[in-house]
Design a protein around this ligand. Structure first.
Ligand SMILES: Cc1cc2nc3c(=O)[nH]c(=O)nc-3n(C[C@H](O)[C@H](O)[C@H](O)COP(=O)(O)OP(=O)(O)OC[C@H]3O[C@@H](n4cnc5c(N)ncnc54)[C@H](O)[C@@H]3O)c2cc1C
Length: 541
C-alpha cells in the first residue's frame, strides 16, 4: 500500500513489495496502501443508556416512526443532540467528511456524517435513523473494499472515539483508532497487539473481521486478542460484550465482519511484550519463481511461531519481467532469524539476491511494515488527517489454501501474474498476489470458538490490482477482468474460503466462503440483536 514515497523503498515492508515490484517492472510507483422489538436481555447494558441523551434513544426506540423523511429542522435537531459534529451536504468539510480510503467511492453522497464523540452520540444517531427509516453505516478507517462504510443515509463515524489506554497487560482502545496510532499508543507502554500493516486502516473494521498481521503466527489474529468490547446495538442500548456478558454477541464480533451487529465504541485487548523484532526482505530472479513458491510453502506455514512471512508476486502492464519477494518478521535475535532463513534458502535451492535482515524496535518495525520507514507517526496518516499518506484505489479478492500448491497450481499462479503484463492497464498500474503464512497461534483456535472460521489454512492469498487516481475507466476495467480471471484460474487449488475483511461484492457464495459452518449461528445472533436489520448492506449477515 502506498503510504510511502520513493524514499521508503530502502526498507521495504510487507505490503510494500507490490509497488516495488511494479516499479521494477517498469511502472511508476503505485498507490495502494496503500428496530425496535425484542432485544436480547439487557445484561451488560450500561446505566448510561437510560440517562442523558440515551434516555431520548430509549424513548425513540419505542416511538412511532416519522411519516416522512427528515426535514432540515429534524437534521438540525439531531445536530443539537450530538456532542460531536454532524456534517451535511453543502456544509463546510462535507467533501472530506464523506470520503472513504478509496477514491472510487467519492461518488457516494451520504445525507449526513455524524462524528460521534461517545456511545450516547451513537445511540442518538441510531434513534434518528430508526425514526426516519434512513440507511445507516458505521465507519472507522473507511477501508471497506466495497465502500460499505458509506451510505445514502447517515454515516456513524467513530473516529472521534480514538486512543489507547494501557493498564497492566490489558489495553482499552477507542473504536476509532487507526492502526498506526494503535501501535504507537501500545508501544509507548512497551506493549503490542497483532494487527494489519496499513497504518490508516481502522481498528474496528480490522478486528471485527479478524485481523491478519505480521505477528499473527505468534499472537493470533487481532480478534483473538479481544477480551471485551462496548457496542451500541440497533435498539440503542449500550452493551458490554465479553465471555460472560452478551457472550453470543462477543462471539459474533470476533470475525463476523464489521457493520453487522451494532456499532462498537471500544475494545479491550490482551497485550504482549513489544521488544525488538527482526525484519527481513528477500528477492529472487523471476526465473526461479516456481522454486521460491515451492520452497516458501513448505517452510513458512510450518516455521516456529516467532517467524511470520509473506510472499509477493507482482507485475506491471508492459513491464519486462514480474518480481517475486519474501518478507517477514522474527521475534528473536538476528542470528536465530538467519538460521530460519537458511532453511528457506535450502528449500528454494538458492540464496536470495541482496537479502535484507535487521533487528529494530517495535514501533519502527510497524512503521516499516506500513510503508512509513522514513516518516514519523504523525506523517504516517492521510493527508486529510494532517499526514503524508495518500488515498489509493485497489480491487481485491482473496483465497485460503489448505493444501500446498501442486506444480500445476504453481504454474497457474505464475501464468496469472505474467498475464498482467499483457493487460492494457492504466499507466502506473500494478497487479499481483500476496500470500500470508498462517498456522501457529491462528490455527490453534477452534473454527467455532470465534466467528472467524478459517483455522486450518496454510496461507491466505490476496489478488490485487491498483491504478493511479484519474486513470481511464476502460483500462481499469481490463485490470479488473484480469484479476477475476486470475482468481478463477486458481479455483482448482484454493479451499473455496475467502477473507471477510477483503469483502468481495462479486462473490456469489459469500456466506459459505466467509463464514462456513459458523454462518447459521451468526444469523441467530443477528436475529437476536438486530431483528429488523437496521444494519444492512449487500453481504450483511
Ligand atoms: C489498503 C488496505 C490494507 C489492508 N491491510 C490489511 C491487513 O494487513 N490485514 C488485514 O487483516 N486486513 C487488511 N485490510 C482489510 C481491512 O481489515 C478491512 O478493509 C477492514 O474492514 C477495514 O476497516 P476500517 O475500519 O478501516 O474500514 P471501514 O470501511 O470504516 O469499515 C469496514 C466495515 O466495518 C464496519 N465498521 C466500521 N466501524 C465499525 C464499528 N465501530 N462498529 C461496527 N462496525 C464498524 C463498516 O460499516 C464496514 O462494514 C486492508 C484493507 C486495505 C484497503
Amino acid at each position: 500500500m502506498d503510504e510511502g514515497g520513493d524514499q521508503d523503498r530502502q526498507a521495504p515492508g510487507r505490503r510494500t513489495f507490490l509497488r516495488l515490484a511494479a516499479a521494477t517492472g517498469g511502472a511508476s510507483l503505485l498507490s495502494a496502501c496503500g428496530g425496535h422489538g425484542s432485544a436480547p436481555a439487557a445484561s451488560g447494558t450500561t446505566a448510561g443508556a437510560s440517562t442523558g441523551s440515551a434516555a431520548g434513544v430509549a424513548m425513540s426506540a419505542g416511538a412511532t416512526a416519522a411519516s416522512g423523511p427528515p426535514t432540515a429542522a429534524d437534521w438540525a435537531a439531531l445536530a443539537r443532540d450530538l456532542s460531536g459534529p454532524l456534517v451535511r451536504p453543502g456544509e463546510s468539510g462535507y467533501t472530506t467528511a464523506k470520503e472513504l480510503f478509496d477514491p472510487r467511492f467519492d461518488s457516494l453522497h451520504p445525507a449526513g456524517v455524524a462524528y460521534c464523540r461517545n456511545p450516547h452520540d451513537v445511540a442518538t444517531s441510531l434513534a434518528f435513523v430508526r425514526k426516519y427509516g434512513l440507511p445507516v453505516a458505521a465507519r472507522c478507517g473507511g477501508h471497506s473494499y466495497a465502500g460499505w462504510s458509506s451510505t445514502s443515509g447517515l454515516i456513524v463515524d467513530v473516529t472521534r472515539m480514538a486512543g489507547v489506554s494501557v493498564s497492566g497487560g490489558s489495553a482499552t482502545v477507542g473504536a476509532g483508532t487507526r492502526l498506526i496510532d494503535f501501535y504507537n499508543g501500545l508501544a509507548a507502554h512497551g506493549r503490542a497487539v497483532p494487527g494489519g500493516s496499513c497504518p490508516t486502516v481502522g481498528i474496528s473494521g480490522l478486528t471485527l473481521g479478524g485481523g491478519i498481521g505480521v505477528v499473527g503466527r505468534a499472537y493470533g489474529l487481532t480478534c483473538d486478542n479481544v477480551t471485551s468490547m462496548q457496542i451500541v446495538t440497533a435498539d440503542g442500548q449500550i452493551r458490554t460484550a465479553n465471555a460472560k456478558t452478551n457472550s453470543d454477541l462477543f462471539w459474533a464480533c470476533r470475525g463476523g465482519g464489521g457493520g453487522n451487529f451494532g456499532v462498537v465504541t471500544s475494545f479491550t485487548f490482551t497485550t504482549h511484550p513489544a521488544g525488538d523484532i527482526c525484519l527481513f526482505f528477500l528477492s529472487w530472479p523471476w526465473s526461479q519463481a516456481a522454486r521460491v513458491i515451492a520452497g516458501w510453502q513448505s517452510w513458512a506455514p510450518h516455521a516456529p511461531d516467532q517467524l511470520w512471512s509473506n510472499m509477493h508476486l507482482a507485475a506491471a502492464p508492459g513491464g519486462s519481467i514480474p518480481t517475486i519477494g519474501v518478507g517477514g518478521t522474527y521475534l528473536g535475535s538476528v542470528s536465530e532469524a538467519h538460521a530460519q532463513l537458511e532453511k528457506l534458502y535450502a528449500a528454494v535451492g538458492s540464496d536470495p539476491s541482496a537479502p535484507f535482515l535487521e533487528s529494530t524496535n517495535w514501533l519502527h518495525a510497524m512503521l516499516v511494515e506500513a510503508g512509513c520507514a522514513t516518516k514519523t507517526v504523525s506523517e504516517c496518516h492521510l493527508t486529510t488527517q494532517g499526514g503524508q499518506v495518500s488515498r489509493a484505489s485497489e480491487y481485491a479478492k482473496s483465497d485460503f489454501f489448505i493444501k500446498p500448491l501442486s506444480s500445476h497450481g504453481i504454474g497457474t499462479l505464475l501464468a496469472g501474474v505474467e498475464n498482467f503484463q499483457k493487460v492494457a492497464g492504466a499507466p502506473g498500474a500494478s497487479g499481483g498476489i500476496a500470500l500470508d503464512a498462517l498456522g501457529g497461534a491462528i490455527n490453534r483456535v477452534a473454527p467455532g470458538a470465534t466467528a472467524f472460521v478459517h483455522r486450518n489454512a496454510l496461507f491466505d492469498a490476496q489478488y490485487t490490482t491498483t491504478w493511479p487516481v484519474g486513470s481511464a475507466s476502460a483500462a481499469v476495467a481490463r485490470q479488473h477482468a484480469w484479476q477475476q480471471s486470475f482468481w478463477q484460474s486458481m479455483r482448482p487449488y484454493a479451499s473455496g474460503q475467502a477473507y471477510q475483511n477483503y469483502v468481495d461484492p462479486a462473490l456469489s457464495n459469500w456466506r459459505q466462503a466467509y463464514y462456513g459452518a459458523n454462518y447459521t449461528r451468526l444469523t441467530q445472533v443477528k436475529a437476536a440483536y438486530d431483528p429488523h436489520r437496521l444494519f444492512s448492506f449487500p453481504q450483511a449477515v
